[in-house]
Design a protein around this ligand. Structure first.
Ligand SMILES: O=C([O-])CC(=O)C(=O)O
Length: 207
């Protein structure tokens, strides 16, 4: 059931999922895809690391199942990267569906060449050491949202939204409805000046 649900969510724009969540639970927009065309949707595997220590990021790669999203809580630190092309290559090799982090990567050009979706705060030069501090499979805070292991992470060019696992079905149904409603409205309204004006005249303040 869960996999079927995630497969269905993959076709729904993150904006519709955000609407289904009344605009809550989206990560800070500073967390962006390295390439605009990236889309992710999968269950979160979480890890939290302090500045300049990425050993647990590597160890967390043995967790979860193929297609899961590795969520790295770097506490917003930007001056030390949590991963370069090698570590991101590991995430791809073990089968993650993508990486989301409130931190930075390095080797950004070769990471982009991998065509593996990374959503983060951008790039920096300095690497991390392997010390081993931090925790994995715990609730983390990423871009202002609390993410529990197993929550569903969806992201595209517009940003990253987090679906609490106990609301997954209900959010999926509402998001699907919103997507269909948007399609119907666009087809009806965006035909010509007359249909556009007819629509504009019907817009009322929301209650
Ligand atoms: O090895 C590291 O921790 C960081 C790095 O440069 C890479 O992933 O390529």
């Amino acid at each position: 059931m869960e996999k079927a649900l995630i497969d269905e969510l993959k076709f729904i724009p993150a904006t519709c999922i955000s609407d289904a969540l009344q605009g809550f639970n989206h990560c800070d927009p500073a967390i962006k895809p390295l390439k605009e065309e990236y889309r992710i949707c999968g269950r979160a595997v979480t890890v939290k690391v302090p500045a300049g220590d990425n050993m647990l990021v590597i160890q967390a790669m043995k967790e979860g199942n193929p297609g899961d999203i590795l969520v790295v809580d770097c506490e917003g630190v930007q001056y030390r990267s949590f991963a370069g092309d090698f570590v991101i290559g590991l995430a791809k090799a073990v089968g993650f569906g993508g990486v989301v982090a409130n931190g930075t990567v390095r080797d950004v050009l070769s990471i982009k060449e991998m065509d593996f979706p990374v959503f983060c705060l951008g790039a920096t030069l300095a690497c991390s050491k392997k010390i081993g501090r931090g925790e994995m499979n715990i609730p983390v805070s990423c871009g202002g949202v609390t993410i529990f292991p197993g929550d569903i992470i969806a992201g595209d060019a517009n940003g990253v939204v987090v679906i609490p696992q106990d609301k997954a079905k209900q959010v999926m149904d509402a998001a699907k409805q919103k997507m269909q409603k948007d399609q119907v409205r666009a087809e009806k309204v965006l035909m010509n000046r007359e249909t556009a004006i007819q629509y504009i005249d019907t817009v009322q303040p929301e209650k």
